[in-house]
Design a binder for this molecule. Structure first.
Ligand SMILES: [Zn+2]
Length: 307
């Protein structure tokens, strides 16, 4: 039923009259995060390693099968090290017609690096993606959302079309650094499977386990609101979390629910970014623009402690 109250003040026209856009994005981190956290001892943490390698070995092929069944193309974010380490899995994703986007090299955290180190890993990852896919990445998601005060500069300089790291709206918006712009395709923590399920003692996460159906209540209600009000629904999921058997079965149910509801644009993020650019360029939509970084440094109102 049409909602008369407009909760989104500046709704974007979705293509072909669709009511909302859905991007089921998965971040295939595999064991990159374990090597990053425990470089010296990762090889002796076999259970956690097996849990993380479920990503390339079991879950990604399963997800690509699910997408094929429903006839949809989606976006996978891969640390470039994972592309090099698991080339057959990257190939499975590409053969399915899906997008591989930039997710750092070894899942290093940009806002904990120097600007030079951030750029080194950023460029090294682009080179690996070019080598594997034949083209540079169109989009980026900062590992663990750790987008730095310099990340936008690198996205603009290297010509990426979109970012998917930030939480600033319910629909796309633009990030501007004064020299260029990229499209932001935002999400938020409720849409991240980590917050619903993740237990990994070696990585310091002990979330309460819940039934897949309970998490699905959250994801479905987020979808219903996007459908009612014209939003963008972006999951930030991990193959070894949401791709486990019972959760994958629930995902199948969710996609069926979305398709039965109708008017849903399932799209790769690169296609959503292209659409955003085109409606901005032809004047049919005026986006909100965030100028980054928000502050040049610590705010001056709070005195800094003497050294
Ligand atoms: Zn990740």
């Amino acid at each position: 039923m049409e909602k008369s109250l407009r909760l989104i003040r500046n709704p974007i026209p979705w293509p072909d009259g669709h009511r909302c856009a859905v991007a089921i994005t998965f971040d295939m981190d595999a064991d990159s995060i374990l090597h990053l956290a425990h470089h010296e001892t990762a090889n002796n943490k076999l259970m956690t390693m097996s849990m993380l390698r479920y990503d390339p070995d079991v879950a990604v092929p399963r997800l690509v099968d699910i997408y094929r069944e429903f006839g949809i193309k989606q976006t996978f974010f891969l640390p470039a090290w994972c592309i090099e380490r698991y080339p057959a899995t990257a190939e499975t994703i590409l053969k399915g017609g899906h997008e591989i986007a930039h997710h750092g090299y070894l899942h290093e955290h940009p806002n904990e690096l120097t600007p030079d180190d951030e750029l080194y890993w950023f460029d090294r990852s682009i080179a690996a993606i070019v080598k594997a896919t034949g083209q540079p990445p169109r989009g980026y998601r900062a590992p663990s959302y750790r987008f730095s005060a310099h990340s936008l500069d690198y996205l603009v300089e290297r010509g990426l079309a979109y970012d998917a790291s930030l939480f600033g709206d319910d629909i796309p918006y633009l990030l501007d650094n004064g020299r260029g712009q990229v499209v932001e395709l935002p999400s938020h923590y409720a849409m991240d499977d980590w917050a619903h399920f993740m237990v990994a003692r070696d990585l310091g996460y002990m979330m309460p386990i819940k039934a897949p159906s309970h998490a699905m209540d959250v994801f479905r209600e987020e979808f219903d609101a996007a459908w009612d009000y014209g939003g963008l629904w972006v999951s930030v999921w991990h193959p070894m979390v949401m791709g486990r058997l019972a959760r994958a079965a629930a995902l199948v149910g969710l996609i069926e629910y979305m398709q039965n509801k109708g008017g849903v644009w399932f799209a790769k993020m690169e296609d959503i970014a292209t659409h955003v650019r085109s409606v901005v360029a032809n004047g049919s939509w005026n986006p909100r623009i965030d100028r980054l970084p928000y502050y040049p440094g610590p705010i001056p109102e709070l005195p800094r402690k003497p050294n």
